[in-house]
Structures are given as structure tokens and as C-alpha cells.
Design a protein around this ligand. Sequence first.
Ligand code: ZN
Ligand code: ZN
Length: 183
Amino acid sequence: MKKRCFILIVRFSGISKEIALSLSEKLEDLFLIPVKLGDVLPLPVDTFDSVRGQYRAIGLLQKVCTLRSRSDMIVLGITEKDIYEERLNFVFGLASAAHRCALISTARLSNSFYDMDDDENLFFRRTVTEAVHEIGHTLGLDHCKDPHCVMHFSNSLADTDLKGYRFCAKCQLEVEAALSSCR
Ligand SMILES: [Zn+2]
Ligand SMILES: [Zn+2]
């Protein structure tokens, strides 16, 4: 019998329960699968790079991935810390399709990071967009050429704001196929 996937959201310390709750409701609406909230995770200090002043994304992702205890589970971690990968100045998030786990950072999603007035609605929309994008990767989706599709690659917040959190028709079909294959 086919079983539906579900998403577990885990927040690293610093992320409020309110934002995690709002995100979980939005993800339930968008993916039409259950979303649960996990415990708060302490930040692994060994993933901090004191020279760069950023956290190693892969180190945090690995921590998130260890929480995946069932094959019908997708785990999404959220941190407010700025994260990077080798050869990149920063990343908004990253994901493992093989292990169906992902991580997003909200550090660069607020206007104040760019010395502009904060906008809570915009901040939340960007958080949803990055979360949906990385969950898309956990389901095996690659980047999409459509600049209005959530699976389009974001190099900047302008890209994120342009694409929004919806899948294009082609990607939506891929998502539905992947979600129906949970065991
Ligand atoms: Zn991507
Ligand atoms: Zn697409």
C-alpha cells in the first residue's frame, strides 16, 4: 500500500517557534502532506568557521539528516545563521535527494541584511520559497529554466522574489509523482 510522505521541520536555536509553525502550515497547504515540528537543535559548534564568520552548511545538513528515522519522512532544518559551502560566498540552503533532508538559512532573507527596512510578509514569503525549493531537491527535482518556478536557481534575493514559491506545471507533476512513492 502506498503511504504519503510527511515533513519534519527542525529548527536550530535562534529560530522562533512562531516562524516554524507558520512555515509548517504553509508547507501543508502547498504539498498537501502532514508537516510536524521537531525539537530545537543546538548549533553544532564544530561547524562554525571563525575566519569566515559563517557556519558550514554541510555540517548543519548532516546533523539534520541524522533525524530522518523513516523512509516516508522528509526532514527540513532551519537556521538563522549565515551558511556557506566551499567555493561559494554563501548559500540560501542545500539538500540531499539521497537522504531526503534539507537545510535553509534565513540569514540573508531579511531586508535588514541589505540595510533596508524589514518587511515581515516578504521575509516569510522568501522563507517559504527557499523551503519549498530545497524540499523539491529532496524529492529529486533539479533546477528549472522557468524563472517563475520555485525550482529556478536563486543567485540573489531578487531571483527568489521573482520566482515565488509555486512549482511550474512540469515540476508540480514531478513533485506529485515523488510524493506518491513514499513507503
Ligand atoms: Zn537549488
Ligand atoms: Zn519548474
